[in-house]
Design a protein around this ligand. Structure first.
Ligand SMILES: [Zn+2]
Length: 385
């Protein structure tokens, strides 16, 4: 029973907050549609069937979270010869045993399937939420899980939730992202469909509250009565009495926004994953909810003004373009070749995320230098092929 008491108290606290926290708004604004799109593009090109020898996708996710400097990153192996769940945790500084989870499955329904909306998009949402949220520390723990085995019957999440229940883990809430990037034409204003059960209703209230406080131009629709309301990993948590909410691009079969491309070869970027604004809005809502739930720690000063600058460059190796993301607004980007000669130099109008054309650079190793508004000069190796 204690599992239910805490979230109730929590929900009330959140609803009574009703005031914006500038630090949360900053993280919400940090969520970037180009980033989400690039993760979808990368994942779509990878083998992600749960029973496969090709482990590139799981390594990609693992090293992504490692780059973000998470306290804990691990593979949750639950079945021989199946790719594992990939788990990353930001451990709470005050109440490490109280945990909020955001998850999305990365597997696909068949070998070789692109699975862009289903569910490279939700995985990308989890990845981007991690990137935004890692800029602070929290009182409670936040766990990011990329599940496998979903398409074969919610297998990865079922094992995960079962173990969490057996070990009596204090999981206060779970947010599941499955298909977050499709609408009829791709240009519709974001409408977030959600599904809740009898003991998760407070999460729908908090979703609404998070949107009102932090996310622009977005509405919600309740799909709890939909045929698809239990059709993803959150149901594994419901079955173990953990509160959870399912966020999705459309749970109404009759709506023009419903995605009929999924589980086909046409579930690709541009066609099926076509609404950047929607993917961004859903990810932003998650960032706001989780930041409120976990509570920014009073010890989070190390990132107070994004002084700590987690520079990320991808793809790397690259041959056409790179996206550079920094924790502080970028003013200048320079690239030096192996002889120390500057081969590219670009002024930037204080952007957190920049796309740079590197197609003019020859193959080889380069040093990329990023000067931010706060004066920091971050350097990283860039490989062009
Ligand atoms: Zn799915």
């Amino acid at each position: 029973m204690k599992r239910f008491l805490l979230p109730m108290v929590f929900a009330v606290a959140f609803l009574h907050a009703r005031s914006q926290d500038a630090r949360i708004q900053q993280m919400v604004d940090h969520v970037n549609a180009d980033s989400i799109w690039s993760y979808i593009e990368t994942l779509s090109s990878m083998e992600r069937y749960s029973i496969t020898e090709d482990t590139a996708a799981m390594h990609y996710l693992f090293s992504y979270f490692q780059q973000l400097d998470f306290d804990t990153v691990y593979y949750h192996h639950y079945k021989d010869n199946w790719i594992p769940n990939v788990v990353a945790e930001k451990t709470g500084l005050e109440h490490p045993d109280s945990t909020f989870i955001i998850g999305g499955h990365y597997d696909v329904y068949a070998s070789g399937a692109p699975g862009a909306d289903d569910n490279a998009s939700g995985t990308a949402g989890v990845m981007e939420a991690a990137r935004a949220l890692c800029l602070h520390d929290y009182d409670k723990s936040v766990r990011f899980i990329c599940f496998s085995g979903e398409e074969l019957g919610l297998v990865g999440s079922a094992y995960y939730a079962e173990q969490a229940a057996i070990f009596d883990e204090n999981i206060l809430a779970m947010i599941n992202l499955d298909m977050i990037s499709h609408s009829a034409t791709g240009t519709e204003d974001p409408e977030i469909w959600y599904a809740i059960n009898s003991f998760s209703g407070w999460m729908a209230d908090d979703l609404q509250e998070a949107i009102e406080l932090y996310v622009e131009n977005t509405t919600t629709a309740n799909g709890s009565g939909s045929f698809f309301a239990r059709a993803s990993d959150h149901a594994s948590f419901w079955d173990r009495d953990f509160p959870a909410i399912f966020l999705n691009d459309c749970l109404d079969w009759d709506s023009p926004n419903f995605n009929n491309y999924i589980h086909t070869d046409n579930d690709v970027l541009g066609t099926s994953a076509n609404n950047q604004e929607l993917a961004r809005s859903i990810t932003q809502s998650c960032v706001a909810m989780l930041a409120h739930y976990a509570g920014i720690s009073v010890f989070s000063g190390r990132n107070e003004d994004f002084a700590r600058n987690p520079l990320m460059i991808y793809p790397n190796p690259a041959n056409q373009y790179i996206i550079i993301q920094a924790g502080a607004p970028i003013n200048q980007i320079s690239v030096f070749n192996g002889m120390g000669k500057m081969v590219l130099d670009q002024s930037i109008a204080a952007e957190y995320s920049v796309k740079i054309d590197i197609s003019g650079l020859g193959r080889g190793f380069y040093l990329l230098s990023v000067i931010s508004e706060n004066g920091s000069n971050n350097q990283q190796k860039l490989i062009v092929y």
